[in-house]
Write a protein that binds this ligand. Structure first.
Ligand code: DOR
Length: 448
């Protein structure tokens, strides 16, 4: 049995000073003087530390199979662990894309052998895979359906309203949406082709590209009475629109849209700051923060989208879109916490509780007896600088290189085992992690 002693436990609405007892991969009890009631207890003193429910990153791209020169499940999940993430939900725009039960099975088999943390995979929607999307509800480890309404990395794309309607009516897995209007993107593609600087990406994929698509899909979801989850919302007008539709829509924003702003990010980082949907002006960034404050935003996901430096250094528009972020998701949000932008319970809701609820993840999202013993240990006083060199992703770079942060990940418990401590993966865990990590399972009923 493992006893986490003297930490401040943040779960639910507030914090308590309590010890947490872990056994058989589960949280067994919360309380004081627990060691006197149990024998064979190994205690770790965590005075001054915070315990968060294991962080869930509900949008990552780990590139395996097919694009493993950028990342693979082993390196992506190791970066996740070092960043305090205990469960990732991975996107289907790999090569081949994950659009069938067979392809899901392949990813699950790789993750079972190589992942450092718990995992779930999305199945991608196409114009002709409705049968697979329906079947996927029976596939353990499948966390939901992903729809790309506008083209991004890879060739998954679906914006035919008739097909979308059938998917909304005939499936019941959670649906995550990449919302950009493909027709407007095509009409204005000359802006990309004539573009010579990554900031031109923002001109091509403008606010109207995002808003038009978001209005279309939310109105369709309403007609079908279907809940949907909107990924990486980037603009003021979308936040204002989505605020009116919270009964059927949940919303994600990314740390990069909350931290970076145009034009500085393009001047400072060039194409490293290029992503879909793009990083916009400070006015949009502030509107996203207002969305967080008003709880229009439910979830912060990293949209970890690794590309090599060599690929990124091609001149725009040949440079690919996306940036790594799974390892910096929690550190960057702890930085914003230190800057007073949100409270600790709100942060725990955005990173742990709401992702577990939206994707109906069984026994995750809280530190409670009976729940999985996935716990992220935070040192609120740690001060350090994020650097390229500290990144475990194959890409070896971060858009936050040089950012001074207060508040860091001190340790991680996965499935009741000490997996990371003091910035290092624990050797014993590394050797038998395949016995510890597991695919997510979903509760029968959505609790959104
Ligand atoms: O910029 C992006 N890159 N946005 C996405 O939605 C996909 C991602 C990728 O996979 O590279």
């Amino acid at each position: 049995m493992l006893l986490l002693k003297n930490a401040q436990v943040w779960s639910g609405k507030g914090d308590v000073r309590a010890d947490v007892l872990v056994d058989g991969g589960k949280i067994v009890a919360l309380g004081t003087s627990l060691e006197t009631s149990y024998s064979d207890v190994e205690a770790i003193d965590l005075s001054g530390k915070w315990l968060f429910p294991g962080v869930i990153d509900s949008q990552v791209h780990f590139r395996e199979p097919g694009l493993i020169h950028k990342e693979d499940i082993a390196t992506g999940s190791k970066a996740a662990l070092l960043g305090g993430v205990t469960t990732f939900l991975e996107m289907p725009n790999t090569t081949p894309p994950t659009t069938s039960i067979a392809a899901l099975g392949e990813k699950l088999a790789i993750a079972q052998k190589t992942s450092y943390v718990n995992y779930g995979f999305f199945i991608g929607a196409t114009a002709d895979n409705l049968h697979e999307l329906k079947e996927a509800r029976h596939q353990e480890g499948c966390c939901g359906i992903k729809i790309f309404l506008g083209s991004s990395t890879g060739d998954l794309l679906l914006y035919d309203e008739f097909v979308l309607r059938e998917i909304f009516l005939q499936t019941d897995l959670p649906i995550s949406i990449h919302s950009e209007d493909e027709e407007r993107l095509r009409e204005r593609v000359h802006l990309r082709d004539q573009g010579r600087h990554p900031e031109d990406h923002l001109v091509w994929r403008d606010e109207e590209v995002a808003l038009r698509s978001t209005k279309m899909i939310v109105e369709l979801a309403r007609r079908c009475q279907r809940k949907i989850h909107m990924l990486h919302i980037s603009s003021k007008s979308e936040i204002e629109f989505l605020d009116w539709h919270k009964d059927i829509v949940t919303v994600e924003v990314t740390p990069q849209h909350l931290t970076l702003a145009a034009p500085e990010c393009y001047n400072d980082l060039g194409s490293l700051a290029q992503m879909n949907p793009p990083i916009r002006s400070a006015e949009h960034r502030e509107a996203l923060w207002q969305g967080v404050k008003k709880e229009v935003v439910d979830v912060i996901g990293s949209d970890h989208a690794p590309h090599t430096l060599e690929e990124k250094s091609k001149p725009y528009p040949a440079s690919p879109s996306g940036m790594p972020g799974v390892q910096t998701l929690l550190p960057v949000m702890l930085h914003h916490l230190d800057q007073g932008r949100l409270s600790v319970p709100h942060l725990v809701s955005l990173l742990c509780e709401r992702p577990a609820q939206i994707f109906s993840l069984a026994n995750k999202g809280y530190i409670r007896p009976g729940y999985d013993a996935d716990i992220t240990i935070v040192d609120p006083c740690a001060e350090y600088v994020i650097t390229h060199a500290s990144m475990a992703s194959k890409t070896g770079w971060t858009p936050y290189d040089g950012l001074k942060v207060k508040g860091g990940v001190w340790g991680v418990i996965v499935g009741g085992e000490v997996a990371m401590m003091d910035g290092k993966v624990v050797k014993a865990y590394e050797d038998h992690k395949h016995d510890v990590v597991s695919k997510i399972s979903r509760m029968a009923m959505s609790t959104v």
